[in-house]
Design a protein around this ligand. Sequence first.
Ligand code: 3MF
Ligand code: MG
Ligand code: MG
Ligand code: MG
Length: 382
Amino acid sequence: AYQPRPEHKFSFGLWTIANRGRDPFGDAVRPTIPPNDIVALLREVGAWGVNLHDNDLVPIDATPSERDKIVRDFQAACRQHGIVVPMATVNLFFDPIFKDGAFTANDADVRAYALQKTMRAMDLGAELGAKLFVLWGGREGTETDACRRPEEPFKRLREAIDYLCEYNLDKKYGFKFALEAKPNEPRGDIYMPTTGAYLGFIPTLAHPEMVGVNPEVAHEHMAGLNALHAVAQAWEAGKLFHIDLNDQNPGRYDQDFRFASATPKSMFWLVKFLEDSGYQGPRHFDAHAYRTEDIAGVKDFARGCMRSYLILKEKAQRWNADKEIQQIFSEINPQTTGSSKYSHDGALSLLNRTYDRAAIAKRGLQYERLDQLTMELLWGIR
Ligand code: 3MF
Ligand code: MG
Ligand code: MG
Ligand code: MG
């Protein structure tokens, strides 16, 4: 039980396993694990896929022939260990050139370089077989809003994404883009702070069908939001192309904790939604081991992410099969009769109807009972 299998589609970013515990106040505590060894480690812990930024694999200053050799060796490692590359992304945040942003920077050369770097990362992702391309605008933001006209960055971002969609079509890569929001860190404020902001932006693009979102649990929690609600809205809009699973307490720095380790109840509802909805995409973990850990601890971390997901998945099945829970759930979600579609006559009849407000408001909704049953189920005594 709780054994990860390929059909669970568990993936990890190269950067998550490679994380050496560096933070703004302290240096690395773990050795570098080369990408090919990470592939072997992922196989060992039972993962299905590995995702990467261009520079997680290929150093930013590699020559074309160095690049080609690195990619060949990595492909061989993936083949050897049976690990796939479902998603690729681009690092537009580490190099000093991106200190004022990438696609939204004021310097046109920076914007053009960001496009070039992203196109090359798309070439790389396509070569590795990825069908999803994530864009996280980590440096697209401000410390001071003195820097530019406030509406300008949205135009620049739209222009960049439209350009990349054309490149995708031109090259016949068949990528779907997934835009990842974050409210702050590393910038004081990041543009497009929430998944909802991206869901509002996507319909303004030239190829909206090619673009969806990559909600991250921790990013929504950093903004004090309910990650499930963001994910569910994205799903309902047909835009849940990818997901970053991890955990995070609100009001803290970017913690990237092991999945479901900080807010297990919220993560139960999230796993239940992913499973019940029929979401077919990867279950990607964008998190890393505590700074206290050695390589064995990194494996504990990775195994823990998947195991917690599978435990919560089993809890969701129990919740769905629990007679008492289902009885209450159906009572509080009565089937509505009649259509709520607008018609002239329907509106007239609604305007003339009378409602017994007091009688309706008097009904208790049993949410206390339902929540307690849920908690007892989660605690394992039900
Ligand atoms: C930062 C993140 C990023 C993105 C990654 C994928 C480094 O908080 O979540 O991880 O997920 O860049 O595009
Ligand atoms: Mg993150
Ligand atoms: Mg993070
Ligand atoms: Mg992320």
